[in-house]
Design a protein around this ligand. Structure first.
Ligand code: SF4
Ligand code: SF4
Length: 457
């Protein structure tokens, strides 16, 4: 019986490729999947529900341009950190791909986790064992077929709604979304995402990896001959021959087709390294018991792309990625250490330059915008440097965690200070050990002397 007779499909680039009816395995890599996938899924679903200091553990507040991560507030002023995180994620993925191929796809990608750990399990529960499912699908519509499809699709639709809604909850908070208080855009986006996910999980499935995912497209540029991937020992396995009574000179592969029927991508690993392969290792699990029955080592194993058992770990590409990642993480740590607990924006009050009082004191008025990014209330101390005898008048304020407040700041220089029309100054905001210094200018229009009068701009 050929793999195609077993319901598998051969690799192909036709988007109308046959449906994959996957046979479950119970081997080591299958268990490893569960260990890696289910915690990822649980973290994703639970994070927006876990309150940390009054906010969801992760909350992207787009209207106010804020990001809450475990009680810490990040604002546009922390944009550099985001750049380092994105660069680190991209180069981290390149590094892992160069070393271990598509292990991200096989063990951590949301598409794989949702499909393998939830949808296919649920499908098996409703549709029954693989041959029964295949027979029913090939047969006419009956009541039995109809109710099973209805239950399966309803279950997948509700699951799609949960996953899509969770994604939108990261932006709106779950309390707002699931109580119907989110705006039309968030509700509409949840509906569209649910529909797309439902379509993907019910029908599109592995086609997403093969035809849509850009990572699959450029992985050829990220791997080399030493990259570790799942491979078939062609030398020992071929020429394959089925059955126990095998002809003289036959290879070890008994052509049982199990490695093909367990493959979530519907490919035959015996055809060599293929772009469709997501390195999930399930075909290794499938061949293991078959070869054990014949007292032989597994024909499918982790090996290099060019078929060697041991890769060269220290090669120029890997060393280059390590160097780049070291620079990125160093930059991230440096930037994080310089991060202030308070965001400061300091601007001259619109429409004013300076005011000269009757006694000759020159006053400049500014607007100070403060945002508390700490998890504790903060009472900042405001002062200026660079202006002799300057007095700063600012209302005292204690900012709650995450609170943003605008304060009028009046900087007053007494007569006789001898300042020019424009004098550089520094606004200093002290919060405990942290100090933020902002460059600004003090305008006086003419040298500040003891003579009263002056002008207002
Ligand atoms: S060929 Fe093997 S490792 Fe690759 S996707 Fe299929 S089962 Fe997974
Ligand atoms: S599971 Fe092993 S023995 Fe069976 S077809 Fe695949 S490679 Fe051959």
């Amino acid at each position: 019986m050929s793999p195609r007779d077993l319901g598998a499909v051969s690799p192909g680039s036709d988007i109308r490729r046959s449906r994959v009816y996957q046979l479950p395995t119970g081997g080591f890599w299958h268990r490893f999947h569960r260990l890696s996938g289910i915690p990822f899924l649980a973290i994703y679903l639970l994070l927006p529900w876990i309150p940390v200091r009054g906010h969801p553990a992760v909350h992207v507040d787009l209207p106010d341009r804020r990001l809450w991560v475990f009680g810490h507030l990040f604002t546009p002023g922390d944009g550099f950190l985001l750049v380092f995180i994105l660069l680190g994620a991209a180069f981290g993925l390149f590094f892992v791909t160069a070393l271990l191929g598509r292990v991200w796809c096989g063990f951590a990608c949301p598409q794989t986790v949702l499909l393998e750990e939830v949808v296919r399990r649920f499908e098996r529960l409703i549709e029954g064992p693989r041959p029964v499912h295949m027979r029913r699908d090939a047969g006419p519509w009956t009541f039995d077929k109809a109710w099973r499809k209805a239950v399966k699709w309803t279950g997948i639709l509700l699951f799609s709604l949960l996953v899509a809604g969770t994604f939108i909850s990261y932006f709106t908070t779950p309390a707002v979304l699931w109580t119907g208080r989110a705006g039309g855009f968030a509700t509409g986006a949840t509906g569209v995402l649910t529909g797309l996910l439902f379509f993907d999980l019910v029908w599109f499935r592995e086609r997403f990896c093969i035809f849509i995912c850009p990572y699959a497209r450029f992985q050829g540029a990220l791997t080399d001959a030493d990259t570790v991937a799942v491979g078939y020992d062609r030398e020992r396995g071929e020429p394959r021959a089925p059955g126990r009574h095998r002809p003289e000179g036959a290879g070890a592969c008994v052509d049982c087709g199990r490695c093909v029927t367990v493959c979530p991508q519907g490919i035959d690993i015996r055809n060599g390294f293929q772009l469709e392969c997501i390195s999930c290792g399930l075909c290794i699990d499938a061949c293991e018991p078959v070869m054990q029955r014949f007292g032989q080592p597994n024909l499918i194993r982790w090996e290099t792309v060019d078929g060697r058992a041991k890769p060269r770990w220290t090669r120029p590409r890997i060393l280059a990625y390590i160097a780049i990642l070291t620079v990125i993480f160093g930059g991230f740590a440096w930037r994080l250490a310089r991060r202030h607990v308070v965001d400061v924006e300091f601007d001259r009050l619109p429409g004013t330059l300076y005011v000269v009082d009757d006694d000759g004191t020159v006053r400049n008025t500014f607007l100070l915008a403060l945002t508390n990014k700490d998890a504790e209330p903060l009472t900042p101390r405001i002062s200026v440097e660079g202006l002799p005898d300057a007095r700063v008048v600012v209302p005292e304020a204690t900012l709650a965690p995450g609170e943003a407040r605008k304060l009028p700041v009046s900087v007053e220089v007494p007569p006789g200070a001898g300042l020019g029309r424009t004098t550089p100054m520094k606004l200093v905001v002290d919060v405990g050990e942290d100090r933020v210094v902002v460059d600004a200018t003090f305008k006086s229009g003419a040298p500040v002397t003891s003579a009263p009068g002056g002008s207002e701009g």
